[in-house]
Design a protein. Structure first.
Length: 514
């Protein structure tokens, strides 16, 4: 996959990015997987890049690592790593080939996708709360595993401890397979699959798995099995009979997996074979070392466990599958939604609105080609997010764009507090745009009148007549809902989220017809 090559290019050049966010942005680009999609994604993440075509004589001057294409690879993109006297080529499946310089240049198309190399690791994204939460969960899981192992060493025999350890290893390994199946990156699975001579067969074999028991595929069943053996392992002195039954049930499942690999696909999957090996060790320990004594009470408890936990597991698995399906559909939909031609068509379907009062709270370059208008309200709780979007556009490049914030207010006659805030904003705007935006930031964040006046002051000498005229003009133009964006006088399409304006801003600047 192209995103694999891009992530490797980023990593080898010293960048540390949120890979999931990067991939989602690239995969949802309307021109995916074209070079323009790659360039736009790099630009969005503020990674300096060049995409061009070079002649063979310039090859030695190119960076050590870049993405290109070869004639014998049907012009598919590949990763190029220059060595002392040879060239290492890595394709989308992480298969690698080595060429001498002369041999390589005969097949090289000259296309180059390169990024600026960083001498020190450079973070592009700051860790999100979600990532920090995941890290916390990992530490909690490690703590629980440590407690289980400590308790097992103190309480159980060597064979029982060995079974518990194998079960924990198997659960972790199977969870990594489960993550890989649902599209999340798994370092372990990637490493094992990428070492194979053939194409990575893990996903292919999962797709070949036709078994479906209440929506559970073979990998789902394996995860539930190992989760169950870990739970039973906590009470291993009394649950050995149930563990033995599960070990016997193991063998038909293993046979089915081998059937898919050897007969149906005619190729072995290292990931699957390692899991089978773990399950066989597990079964061997239980069948040779555990107690076969039957217990009605334990059997009843086991039945209660399966009748209560299995439906819950099926429900959770189904929910995850549906979520991933919606995510994939959303990625495809975003390609259309982020298509600039479609956006432009939607934007221009509305009538253009002109304003008489255009100078108050005007920001940026008065001669800019693209003008954004924000209809806002100091008492509107949603306007704070719209203000953040406008400020981000303003900070990105004020020379390309201009802005005006036009305020409505809720009542026919504005309250004393709102009037005083407007007077302060008028004074600050007359000083600098920066102070004006800083005051708006504070107001939308705190929404505390006393704190606002204490921080920025009160200026009764300011007249609010123009604000009242702008408000009346907004209402006469039908702009009574806030927040609302306009682009060059055209109302931002309702089909799009307000945040989407950030995505199309540069396209609007580049468009000669707008």
């Amino acid at each position: 996959m192209t995103e694999f090559l891009l992530n490797e290019l980023i990593r080898l050049n010293g960048y540390i990015v949120n890979g999931k966010r990067f991939n989602e942005y690239f995969l949802s680009h309307p021109d995916y997987p074209s070079l323009s999609a790659i360039e736009n994604t790099f630009d969005t993440f503020h990674i300096e890049n060049v995409i061009s075509k070079f002649e063979n004589e310039h090859f030695e001057d190119l960076p050590e690592v870049f993405i290109s294409s070869l004639k014998n690879h049907f012009s598919d993109l590949v990763l190029i790593i220059k060595k002392d006297s040879e060239v290492l080529v890595i394709d989308k499946q992480n298969k690698s080939f080595t060429f001498g310089f002369d041999e390589f240049l005969k097949q090289w198309t000259g296309i180059v996708v390169a990024i600026e190399k960083k001498e020190e690791p450079t973070h592009i994204d700051t860790p999100s709360d979600k990532n920090q939460f995941k890290q916390s969960l990992k530490f909690i899981a490690l703590g629980i595993i440590g407690l289980i192992l400590g308790y097992s060493l103190w309480k159980f025999s060597i064979s029982e401890v060995a079974y518990i350890v194998i079960s924990l290893v198997g659960l972790y390994y199977c969870f990594e397979i489960y993550k890989n199946k649902h599209g999340e990156k798994s370092i372990i699975v990637d490493k094992i699959c990428n070492d194979e001579k053939e194409e990575s067969s893990c996903q292919q074999l999962m797709q070949s798995d036709q078994i479906s028991i209440f929506g559970l595929k073979l990998s789902d069943i394996a995860l539930f099995y190992l989760l169950t053996t870990n739970i039973l392992g906590l009470f291993i002195n009394t649950t050995q009979f149930l563990i033995i039954i599960l070990s016997v049930v193991n063998f038909p499942v293993i046979a089915y997996s081998l059937y898919i690999q050897l007969v149906k696909e005619k190729k072995l999957c290292k990931v699957c074979l390692i899991l089978i090996f773990i399950l066989l060790i597990q079964s061997g320990i239980s069948l040779f070392y555990f107690n076969y004594s039957f217990s009605v009470e334990v059997l009843i408890l086991g039945a209660i466990y399966f009748l209560s936990i299995l439906p819950l597991y099926i429900f959770i698995n189904k929910t995850i599958d549906e979520k991933n399906k919606l995510k994939n559909e959303n990625t495809i939909n975003l390609r259309f939604k982020r298509n600039y031609d479609i956006f432009k068509r939607e934007l221009l379907t509305t009538s253009k609105i002109g304003f008489e009062y255009q100078n108050l709270f005007f920001l940026g370059n008065k001669d800019a080609k693209v003008h954004f208008t924000l209809i806002s309200n100091l008492e509107c709780k949603f306007c704070g997010e719209a203000h953040k979007i406008l400020k981000k556009l303003y900070l990105e490049n004020g020379n390309d764009k201009s802005f005006q914030i036009r305020f409505n207010y809720s009542d026919e006659k504005m309250s004393i507090q709102i009037e005083n805030i407007f007077k302060t904003l008028l004074h600050l705007y007359s000083s600098t745009e920066k102070q004006f935006l800083e005051a708006l930031d504070f107001w939308y964040k705190e929404r505390n009148y006393n704190a606002f006046i204490k921080k920025f002051g009160l200026y009764n000498n300011q007249s609010i007549d123009l604000i009242q005229k702008i408000r009346n003009e907004n209402l006469n133009k039908g702009l009574n809902f806030t927040p609302a964006f306009l682009v060059n006088g055209f109302i931002f399409p309702e089909k799009y989220e307000k945040e989407d304006i950030l995505y199309f801003a540069q396209d609007l600047v580049d468009d000669e017809e707008i």
